[in-house]
Design a protein around this ligand. Structure first.
Ligand SMILES: NC(=O)c1ccc[n+]([C@@H]2O[C@H](COP(=O)([O-])OP(=O)(O)OC[C@H]3O[C@@H](n4cnc5c(N)ncnc54)[C@H](OP(=O)(O)O)[C@@H]3O)[C@@H](O)[C@H]2O)c1
Length: 333
C-alpha cells in the first residue's frame, strides 16, 4: 500500500524570521515577502517543485500567495496547481493565509474573456475559486484598467463581490494614477476600503515614484511591488551573457534584446555594491524595495527553491546608507 507523506509546517515559522507590515490603514498585516505564481507554477512545471517552493515559503513565514486567473502556462493552471497543493496540504492553515487572485487580462475565447466588465470579473472569480478549491479569496484584484468599461461598473462589481463573501478585500493593479484616485473614491462611497495597489516597481522601473506614490501616501492604501528583480535581470545571471535556462533565453516575457550592453554595465556596478553589502544582486534589489516605507510587500517569482531561499534572505539586510542610496541612483541614471 502506498502511504502519502503529509506536510507538517515548521512549528517555529512565526518566530520572527519574517516581518509583517501593516497594509495601508487596514486591520491586517502582510508578510513583507509574497510568493507569486505568474510563471513558475503552471501546468508545464513539475508539481513536486511547486510544492517544494510553497512549503518552503510557508515554513519561512510567508503568508501571502499571489495568483491570477491566467497564470500558468497554460492559463488557469497555476490556480489548479495551487488548488491541489492547498487541498492536499494546507486546508488546516487556511486562516493563516492571504490568497489573492485577479481578472482583467486575456483569459478565455470570446468577447467576455478579457477586460474589467462585471461579467468578466464575476465569472472569472467563480472559475478561479473552483480551480483553487476555495470558498473565498482574501484579496480580489481588478488586474488592469480597461478603458472600454466604465470604472463605475468595475468598482460596483468589486463591491458586490465583497458583499457576496467571495473576497474579503479588494485591490487594484495597473491603473493610471488619475483613474486610481476616482476608483478609490467610488469604493469608499460604498464603504469598501481598497486594501492595496499592485504595481511594477524595481530598480529599473521607478515610474510609480512620480505617478502613484503621492496617492498611496494621501489615501493610505497598501502597496505591493511585482517583478522586484525585473524578471531576473536584477540578479547575477545576465552579467556575462544569457544562460540557457533563463527567461530571456526561453523568451518568456523577457526579451533578450532588452539586455543591452548599457544595462549589463549598470548591473555589474550594482553587483559590485551588492557584494560589498554581503548580498546577492537579487537580494539587494529586493532589500532596496523593502527599505521604502510605502512598500507593504514584495512579490517574488522564484523558479527554484534555491532562488526562493536566496530571495528570502534579502530581509536580513534591508537598510541602506545615504551614500549607498545616492550611489544606486547615480548608477541607474
Ligand atoms: N499585477 C500584475 O500585472 C503582475 C505582473 C507580473 C507579475 N506579478 C506578480 O509578481 C510576481 C513576481 O513577478 P516576476 O515573476 O516578474 O518576479 P521576479 O522575481 O522579478 O522574476 C522572476 C524570475 O527572476 C529569476 N529569479 C527569481 N529569483 C531569483 C534569484 N534569487 N536569483 C536569481 N534569479 C532569480 C527567475 O528567472 P529565471 O527563470 O530566468 O531563472 C524567475 O523566473 C508574479 O509571480 C506575480 O504574482 C503581477
Amino acid at each position: 500500500m502506498e502511504y502519502k507523506k503529509i506536510y507538517t509546517p515548521d512549528p517555529d515559522r512565526y518566530d520572527g524570521r519574517m516581518t509583517y507590515r501593516r497594509c495601508g490603514n487596514s486591520g491586517i498585516t502582510l508578510s513583507e515577502i509574497s510568493l507569486g505564481f505568474w510563471w513558475n507554477f503552471g501546468g508545464i512545471n513539475v508539481y513536486q517543485d511547486s510544492l517544494a517552493k510553497m512549503t518552503y515559503a510557508f515554513d519561512h513565514g510567508v503568508t501571502v500567495y499571489d495568483l491570477a486567473n491566467n497564470y500558468g502556462p497554460p492559463f488557469g493552471s497555476a490556480e489548479e496547481t495551487f488548488g491541489r497543493m492547498y487541498s492536499e496540504n494546507f486546508t488546516a492553515h487556511r486562516h493563516e493565509m492571504i490568497i489573492t487572485t485577479k481578472a482583467g487580462y486575456e483569459m478565455w475565447e470570446g468577447p467576455y474573456g478579457r477586460g474589467s466588465s462585471r461579467k468578466m470579473l464575476m465569472t472569472s472569480l467563480d472559475e478561479s475559486l473552483k480551480r483553487m478549491k476555495l470558498d473565498y479569496v482574501d484579496i480580489f484584484y481588478t488586474h488592469r484598467y480597461d478603458s472600454t468599461t466604465p470604472v463605475e461598473e468595475t468598482m460596483q462589481a468589486l463591491i458586490d463581490i465583497v458583499h457576496s463573501g467571495k473576497a474579503l478585500y479588494v485591490g487594484l493593479s495597473n491603473y493610471p494614477a488619475e483613474v486610481l484616485t476616482q476608483c478609490i473614491a467610488l469604493l469608499r462611497e460604498q464603504h469598501v476600503n481598497p486594501l492595496i495597489y499592485q504595481g511594477k516597481y524595481n530598480l529599473l522601473v521607478r515610474d510609480l515614484e512620480n505617478t502613484h506614490r503621492a496617492i498611496f501616501n494621501k489615501e493610505k492604501i497598501g502597496f505591493t511591488a511585482f517583478s522586484p528583480i525585473a524578471q531576473g535581470m536584477l540578479s547575477n545571471k545576465y552579467l556575462n551573457g544569457i544562460p540557457a535556462d533563463s527567461r530571456a533565453a526561453l523568451g518568456r516575457h523577457l526579451n533578450p534584446e532588452s539586455i543591452t550592453p548599457e544595462i549589463v554595465e549598470k548591473l555589474n556596478k550594482l553587483n559590485t555594491m551588492a557584494m560589498k553589502r554581503g548580498q546577492s544582486l537579487a537580494q539587494m534589489a529586493i532589500a532596496w524595495l523593502l527599505s521604502k516605507p510605502r512598500v507593504t510587500s514584495v512579490i517574488i517569482g522564484p523558479r527554484t527553491v534555491e532562488q526562493l531561499a536566496d530571495s528570502l534572505k534579502a530581509t536580513e539586510n534591508k537598510s541602506f546608507t545615504t551614500k549607498e542610496i545616492a550611489d544606486i541612483d547615480e548608477i541607474m541614471k
